[in-house]
Design a protein around this ligand. Sequence first.
Ligand SMILES: [Zn+2]
Length: 413
Amino acid sequence: MGGALVDGERLWTRLTEMSAIGAQEGGGVTRRSFTDEERAAKDLVISYMEEARLSVYEDAVGNLFGRLEGSDPEALPVLVGSHVDSVVNGGNFDGPLGVLAGVEVLKTMRDLGQVSRHPIEVVAFTDEEGARFGLGMLGSRALAGTLTAEDLQRTDENGLSVAEAMREYGLDPGRFGEAARPAGSVRGYVEVHIEQGSVLENEGLSVGVASGLTGSVRLKFCLNGEARHAGTTPMSLRRDALAAAAEAMSLIESRAAETGTTVGTVGQLELKPGGINIIPGWVSFSLDLRDMDRERRDQVEASIIRGVEGICKKRKIKLGVKTLQRNDPVLCSELVQSAARRAYEELGLRPCYLPSGAGHDGMQLAALCPMGMILVRSQNGISHSPDEYTSKEDCADSARVLYHTVLDLADGA
Ligand SMILES: [Zn+2]
């Protein structure tokens, strides 16, 4: 069958070629959105798409597509893909594997002269990581029609807005709405992505099917106490914002751990004035909270906020809590999961279902069409790091599963 003819060597060579773009000293890559590096990565993908004789086009926000026509001109397209932008000093597999595995599937079909009923499009989404403007999934939001003009006003560290960066990149930001596709206009979306966790490695499996994507709530806590002299203020008279924050973080860790499935992380911390002999009067810290179960996540969130309020009250600290982002968990569709299940059977692989702890473009596309993901074993679960690694064999396995999954979706009624 065709799946066996997917060329794992070619896929690996292309992943290696992609790794040279935006390569960093000491390993890893930096390809932020709307930069020369991201452009070069897309140009490389275009060359592979052209080799597979796909029709290549880019939409109003720079999402790149390579399309293989189907036999039925009325049939809705199946989308496969991922992204080629990266975080700062990220790994070589996060994103490119999904795009290049998609191109590999279509190249294999071309070489075998296979034509499915539905057209198939490989997509490299613009700015999935949000490493420059902090939003993320920009291209897939545009496709799903949920990107707003306000989102384009976000700025990078140099004060340059998304809209300005788009203009510099050769796009007209005023036309971003043209990238939107109406609900029901896509047959399905399937993405191959590294797991970025350790479940598959622990199971001894190369690939698994995502059951869903966990949704994150992101909060910012601001604690206002009093900055005073470290030598002359007795412990009983202090309103130490950092000591309160430390207690709050300890509470966050234990409340998240209690459920067994929730994960909570404080990844950012700022304090003022920051003197060795001054009691910190002001502290701000972030919280990223995730769970596949929205209700459970929201309960943990509420219990954390109540707990931190209690800590601050006791310490006479003024507290402010701001919600930065609230993404609900998304279940993968039965259509894509069952297509992937049949692909496993075809290949004689043991199926495994697991939630994805990371966010992906599929979260946005869930509003547009049936969506699913094929997750691939990550060595030691490491990602967003130059040490991110997935073996050549595992990459090839994922492309084989993708091949059968896509054909299942593209031939079906
Ligand atoms: Zn990714």
